[in-house]
Design a protein around this ligand. Structure first.
Ligand code: 3HC
Length: 287
């Protein structure tokens, strides 16, 4: 299996834009897929804003920002991904959307060695791999938000993932992207969300029942346990729609009441108050 030089990232939302950014900063040739030219423009703006933030905080030179941007190309046609060595899927956390993307990628990729990775947070990777013509080349590669900041990637092989693919992707994550990799079994939620989701859902239930205010719940965990942000602010960062999908997948897998999205979360998603990305969630983001 050759070195991974050409990378594809499908989906350029919160997670996809971060993944595309770190790959471009690592010197890779990155093709980013979005559903339309407008969505691609919005994704590119997200990457530019994050790179500019790096420049402002003195972490990145202007030359390195420009070089990273020059390595990014956008396309609304998955057919353009034929020459990629690795494609990371980061589309919406919905089974039908992910399987449609992965099935197409399997058909399009020219090299039989090419790897398809999914950034799913909670959908069993085997269920996704089974929709492709190359389940042995499919693996979970789960990043954390904000991707340029969080140092972890969960590597999730299925029963059918080839050992070479696991080694290759782990080496890529650690050596090329400079992240720490941990190995998780293919169970909904993997390691981090298995611990995080019951905590986040409990915080929503605590607010919903009138037990404590949003401010006090968040202050409790920031000041009492030195978390960088409280659970409700973290839900706002993740996006309430994504958090609901993750919790639903985990509930579907384990039927564990602690995973079930509480009515308040569902109503907020229905209302379109999705957190930071819409300017309002458990807190307001007026800036
Ligand atoms: N892009 C690039 N850099 C960023 C960034 C972004 N989007 N957001 C923050 N940063 C950088 C800043 O430039 C800053 O760097 P500096 O210290 O060198 O100047 C540093 O990160 C800290 O940022 P800020 O000072 O603006 O803000 P905070 O100190 O409040 O940190 C935070 C913000 C990094 C988001 C921090 O609060 C945090 O780590 N929160 C927890 C996030 C978390 O738990 N993520 C995991 C979510 S779960 C998940 O993703 C899984 C999914 O499946 C649900």
């Amino acid at each position: 299996m050759g070195e991974i030089v050409t990378v594809g990232v499908v989906g350029c939302g919160l997670m996809g834009s971060g993944i595309a950014e770190i790959c471009a900063r690592a010197g890779l040739d990155v093709l980013v897929g979005e559903v339309s030219p407008e969505a691609a423009m919005a994704g590119r703006r997200r990457v530019v804003a994050s790179l500019d933030r790096g420049v402002r905080s003195g972490k990145l030179s202007e030359e390195d920002r420009d070089a990273a941007l020059s390595r990014l190309t956008f396309s609304a046609d998955l057919g353009d991904f034929a020459d990629r060595h690795l494609v990371i899927e980061a589309v919406a956390e919905r089974f039908e959307v992910k399987t449609a993307t992965l099935a197409t990628l399997g058909k399009v990729l020219r090299s039989p060695d090419a790897i398809i990775a999914s950034n799913t947070s909670s959908i069993p990777v085997m269920d996704l791999a089974a929709c492709t013509d190359r389940p042995d080349r499919v693996i979970g590669m789960h990043f954390f938000n904000p991707v340029p900041v969080q140092k972890l990637v969960e590597i999730v092989p299925t029963q059918l993932t080839s050992g070479h693919v696991v080694d290759h992707v782990t080496e890529f994550v650690t050596t090329r992207l400079g992240k720490t990799a941990i190995r998780a079994q293919d169970r909904s939620g993997f390691v981090v969300n298995a611990l995080l989701v019951p905590y986040l859902m409990s915080a929503v239930r605590m607010l919903e029942s009138g037990f404590a205010s949003a401010e006090d719940i968040d202050a409790g965990m920031v000041l009492g346990c030195a978390h960088p942000m409280g659970p409700l602010r973290l839900l706002d960062l993740i996006g309430l729609d994504t958090a609901q999908s993750v919790a639903e997948s985990m509930y579907e897998e384990f039927k564990e009441p602690l995973h079930a999205p509480p009515p308040l979360l569902r109503r907020m998603v229905a209302a379109g108050t999705l957190g930071r990305k819409t300017g309002r969630g458990f807190h307001r983001y007026d800036e």
